[in-house]
Design a protein around this ligand. Structure first.
Ligand code: PLP
Length: 371
């Protein structure tokens, strides 16, 4: 009997696309020189780097500066810490459900700044009036993710941009990691002062993320070295990661709407089937979601137990960190949403790609029922 693996953990990472990998290999073979070298080979490599930036900017319709980092974690750190480095005090507004690469930065910044964490309502959304009420004359930065990595809710970035137009001194940072190529943006990326992405979430290679920022902003460096990448990410980078990331954007951005239609069918099917199983509570709301992930709790079972059980059937899903500590992002988000500790401790996230089939969900359901 051939057992086919069912991967339902695409929010964690995606496999590299074959054309993207091909681009990676070709670039490695043909352009090995350092983009900073002055000779012909260096200039050719640098030309490929510049073309790649233009390709990504074109896909996102953005004229912001782009700095490549090792992943989105580094890009979020650079955005927030780099912008705030010159300030001695002030207020920052964020949400309780940010990814740890933002949340943990905020926790550290509490030593110096006043950080306001907005809670989620039962629809998994922040209250936009609360956001506006939190802005005062000392506010420096608002940091809100576009699409929530745990429950898939889509924040109304357009509305936040609208609110912040009244407060021109307040800068906006948006973590767009789980939104790109999954949600059609209804806002202009250039209206966001800083936004971050990760290539391995869009079938690109691992080891590369990026920060887009408005060229009028001053971001201070966190590490020191050459002038490469505006001096913000000094050092030699892997050109092949950059060129293959551009390839991933070029291939998958235009497929966003088509893929949403496919994934929505799987999402709705999974939602309906799971909600019929006794003891399962669905945490992902039905509205304002990306359709790429569905979070639910199996009451009485720790998330980790469910992951281990499914793994035996070659089904791969995600949960909070093994220790289920109070600080884990899944627990934070689900607790803020449900105010229910048991639900927060037993949450499972399944996440899809356009290749996920309804029959994959059937197999998941069968396995869960056995549990
Ligand atoms: N932001 C969000 C919303 C994420 O989902 C993730 C990864 O899961 C990250 C940031 C961090 O991305 P990376 O793995 O590239 O550091």
């Amino acid at each position: 009997m051939v057992i086919i693996m069912i991967y339902l953990d695409y929010n964690s990472t995606t496999p590299i696309d074959k054309d993207v990998l091909d681009t990676y290999i070709k670039t490695t073979n043909n352009f090995f020189a350092n983009t900073q070298s002055l000779h012909k080979l260096g200039l050719e490599a640098n030309y490929m780097y510049e073309l790649s930036i233009k390709e990504i900017q074109k896909n996102l319709k953005s004229n912001h500066n782009l700095v490549f980092t090792s992943n989105a974690t580094e890009a979020n750190n650079l955005a927030i810490l780099g912008y705030l480095k010159r300030f001695k005090k002030g207020r920052i507004i964020t949400t309780i459900s940010e990814h740890p690469s933002v949340y943990q930065v905020m926790k550290k910044l509490e030593e110096k700044f006043e950080v306001v964490y907005l809670e989620l309502n039962e629809e998994g959304m922040i209250n936009y009036d609360e956001l506006e009420d939190a802005i005062n004359k000392d506010t420096l930065l608002v940091s809100v993710m576009w699409v929530n990595n745990v429950i898939g809710t889509v924040n109304d970035i357009n509305r936040i941009i609208g609110i912040l137009k009244k407060y021109p001194k307040v800068r906006l940072h948006v973590d767009t990691v789980q939104g790109l190529c999954k949600v059609d943006p209804d806002f202009s990326f250039d209206d966001v002062d800083m936004f971050t992405f990760s290539s391995h979430k869009i079938n690109g290679p691992k080891g590369i993320g990026g920060l887009f920022y408005n060229p009028t902003m001053i971001i201070d460096k966190l590490i020191y070295g050459s002038n490469s990448q505006y001096g913000l990410k000094p050092g030699t980078f892997d050109l092949s990661l950059v060129v293959s990331t551009a390839k991933a954007f070029k291939k998958f951005m235009p497929l966003t709407s088509v893929n949403i239609t496919k994934v929505k069918e799987v999402f709705s099917y999974a939602y309906e089937k799971l909600s019929k199983i006794e003891g399962i509570k669905i945490n992902t709301p039905i509205y304002n979601v990306s359709y790429y992930c569905l979070n639910f709790s199996i009451l009485g079972f720790k998330g980790e137990t469910v992951v281990r059980h499914l793994e035996k059937d070659e089904i791969y899903v995600s949960t909070a960190s093994a220790c289920s500590s109070k600080t884990s992002s899944l627990e934070r988000t689900i607790y803020s949403l449900t105010k229910d500790e048991q639900r927060a401790n037993s949450s499972i996230r399944i996440s899809f790609s356009s290749d996920t089939l309804v029959s994959d969900i059937d197999k998941l359901i069968e396995s869960l029922k056995r549990l």
